[in-house]
Design a protein around this ligand. Structure first.
Ligand SMILES: [Zn+2]
Length: 220
């Protein structure tokens, strides 16, 4: 592990109940780390994970790191105060989005596992940045290996079976809000949900499979 302390943190105002995963979305790991430690950028995370699996410690988990920005999840508006933030090095959709290597995922898994155990975070509160800021963010994106985390109970698995509840679109959005999403921008919320739970197609249109998955999540 490498220590690369960031000055970009302050005091938590909530106990930790969430974990937010990001990609760095910059052309290189070096550029991302420079930004995450730049006092004028005012952004940070608790951890960063390089593509070779190297773990970089930026902010102590007891402090409030600045990674989520304007966000909302299950009634929490100050997501930074309630969460651990992990930045995963990847160029992102802007600079050549690519799969997250196995070595990198192994380190992500290690960090998530430790934080979940330490703070007793519920798997449904292990989320992506796009889940808590659907109108602004796409990270960590559809290539992120959520199934790997779900297999060992660190994230919610996609429900394997179920039926289409045939909700109206309005009813589906209400269900999405009940699950935890900010539905202020409805299509963006549906895209974020699909990117997380049905990454093969995230066009934002509410279809039978989307309703079936959502119903499964709310009833399991
Ligand atoms: Zn992010």
């Amino acid at each position: 592990m490498i220590y690369r302390p960031s000055p970009n943190f302050d005091l938590r105002r909530h106990p930790v109940s969430m974990l937010v995963l990001h990609y760095t979305g910059m052309q290189s790991a070096a550029a991302a780390l420079d930004r995450l430690t730049d006092p004028t950028a005012k952004v940070s995370a608790h951890w960063a994970v390089a593509e070779d699996g190297q773990i970089i410690c930026l902010v102590d988990e007891g402090q409030r790191a600045w990674h989520a920005g304007k966000a909302w999840w299950r009634g929490i508006t100050d997501v930074n105060s309630a969460s651990i933030g992990i930045e995963i090095v990847n160029p992102g959709h802007e600079f050549g989005y690519r799969p997250f290597p196995a070595d990198q995922m192994a380190s992500v898994e290690q960090l998530v596992s430790a934080a979940v155990a330490r703070f007793k975070i519920h798997p449904s509160n292990v989320v992506g940045h796009s889940d808590v800021a659907p109108a602004r963010k796409d990270d960590p994106g559809e290539l992120f290996d959520w199934p790997r985390l779900a297999r060992i109970g660190l994230a919610v698995p996609v429900p394997s079976a179920g039926f289409d509840p045939n909700w109206t679109d309005e009813g589906t959005l209400a269900a999405l809000a009940r699950y935890g999403y900010d539905i202020t921008r409805p299509t963006a919320a549906v895209v974020a949900f699909q990117r997380r739970f049905r990454p093969e197609r995230f066009d934002g249109s509410i279809d039978a499979e989307t309703r079936t998955i959502l119903r499964g999540l709310l009833t399991q």
